[in-house]
Ligand binder design. Structure first.
Ligand code: FES
Length: 101
């Protein structure tokens, strides 16, 4: 595992996500209730950007066709075969780090 700085805590407002690129890999990072979470940015349905989706609590809704994923587990709430990868996130000071394999 390698730890990568992805953004500052102030870059994401409460209840927002965004897409970031780390070493050519698109990662979605979210801020919910003051905690940061990360998943792959690629929706397994047809590749929508989950970082540009809408959060409903800890559920991210894909902006393309509405598939929903639990950002804490990657579980797809619409399709059992639609899971997304999740990544460990840590905060040091005002910087957010994501661990990638
Ligand atoms: S691309 Fe995400 S629901 Fe279709």
């Amino acid at each position: 595992m390698a730890k990568h700085k992805v953004c500052k805590t102030g870059d994401l407002a409460e209840g927002e996500g965004n897409k970031f690129e780390i070493n050519g890999q698109d990662i979605a990072v979210y801020c919910v209730e003051g905690t940061f979470w990360a998943t792959a940015d690629f929706c397994p349905h047809r590749g929508g950007s989950l970082g540009h989706g809408k959060l409903d609590g800890k559920t991210i809704i894909c902006p393309n066709h509405g598939w929903q994923f639990d950002i804490t587990t990657g579980e797809c709430l619409n399709n059992v075969s639609g899971e997304v990868d999740t990544f460990t996130v840590s905060v040091e000071g005002d910087e957010v780090f994501v661990e990638l394999p």
